[in-house]
Write a protein that binds this ligand. Sequence first.
Ligand SMILES: [Zn+2]
Length: 251
Amino acid sequence: MKAFRGAEFLISLNFWLKRKFVWPFFPSSRPRIIALLGGPGAGKGTVAGQLAPALKLTHISTGALIRKEIAQGTEFGKRVKDMVEKGQLIPDQMALDLLERALRAPENARGAILDGFPRSRGQAELLDKLLSSWGLSVEKAVWLELSENDLIERLSLRRTCSNSACGRSYHLKFEPPKRDGVCDACSSSLYQRKDDAPESIRERLVTYREESKPLRSYYQRTMGGALVFVNPTNAMTKEQVLAKVKAVVND
Ligand SMILES: [Zn+2]
């Protein structure tokens, strides 16, 4: 426990020093923050997973962070378990706290592709406030927009690795595992997440439609041209989608 606190302290100190004495004078050393937006099943995780190494950034999935907390049975995990299973959003401030901890971690020093945050206008405002207190801002917000039919087709066939440390997701049609029901990466069994079951999917899409309108107008107003839309379809390959996203990020 003592060693853990010591490590936390060093991470905080390192972060503080960079924020005070490095970033203000060397803009190129500031972490790049790119937000990937879109409904459940839009492919944010897949795109972020490929885009991050291409840009030498890391991939921060708030969904994966939350699932890890639940699997580990932490205090945070216990508080959000029911909400997640019902397909509800967890309170904004709790999601932001989780994200802040990740952004301060040394492995994310170059910056990150954010996948799953912000999901609402409230979250976007909290994120802006946090980043601006560090002298940073979201560099680009890329919105993946799919038709509702394509989203449903994607979600109902999604399967997730049961090993929470891995958490890789597959799609029975677009990205099947090499062996039926078994994770390619760690050989654990695959399962259908409760929030990918048909009743949860409908609830998630309703939540998404409600929550995303104010987020969209907020970013249109505050980010202008740094908010960009990409329209993948289920007929496109992963590579085609990634190429489109890369083009708008590098633009
Ligand atoms: Zn796995």
